[in-house]
Design a protein around this ligand. Structure first.
Ligand SMILES: [Fe+2]
Length: 201
């Protein structure tokens, strides 16, 4: 028989050109910022720090936004979108051990995503949930090992230097940071963002 896949939910993953260089540059900037500005109250729970959301307007983060735009342009091409992506907002997250992010989605955006600056072992995976309401009405009994595309929830272990982008309507969250490392060694640092569709970049 033939099988067609309709209404796909694309998840794009890509490493930046030079992860070590990028993260050695970003870490002190974000650490200093977290000492200066108080945390925003968003999806962060358990004492994690959420920066203000104007990070995309700060010139010092251009090395990262350049990488994000390159990937986003490729996504526009792959997904058949035009004319151009624009970076709507961006912010940094520090999840200290014991903190996590509640499940949520990002309204008024096209593509949301994350970049990983620092991810100690067991510091929490990003998880995404099947977005189709109908598919969540009943849970058929299934064999243990089913392909990733057929699961109801899929979790991605974070990788330093990796960008992940997904549709903004896709419900997602971040597991608790259960790192046993002490001090800043146990910090999980990520940068989140929303891309919109615009006439100009
Ligand atoms: Fe999010």
């Amino acid at each position: 028989m033939n099988r067609e896949i309709l209404f796909p939910t694309p998840i794009y993953l890509k490493m930046v050109e030079n992860p070590q260089k990028m993260n050695d540059y970003l870490f002190p900037l974000i650490k200093a910022w977290s000492k200066k500005d108080k945390s925003e109250k968003k999806t962060n729970v358990g004492g994690g720090w959420h920066s203000p959301t104007d990070m995309n307007k700060k010139k010092e983060y251009k090395p990262l936004t350049d990488e994000l735009f390159t990937m986003q342009h490729a996504i526009f091409k792959d997904y058949g979108m035009e004319p151009k992506p624009g970076l709507g907002n961006m912010w940094a997250n520090i999840n200290y051990p014991g903190s996590y992010n509640l499940q949520h989605l990002h309204s008024n955006s096209q593509w949301s995503g994350v970049y990983y600056v620092k991810v100690p072992e067991n510091s929490g995976r990003l998880f995404v949930e099947d977005p189709r309401p109908g598919a969540n009405i009943m849970m058929p009994r299934r064999v243990k090992e089913i392909p990733k595309a057929l699961r109801r929830i899929v979790a991605y272990p974070p990788r330093e230097g990796q960008m992940i982008m997904f549709p903004a309507w896709l419900s997602h969250g971040v597991e608790m940071n259960e790192s046993k490392e002490k001090g800043e060694k146990g910090w999980r640092i990520s940068i989140s963002f929303n891309f919109i569709q615009t006439e100009r970049s």
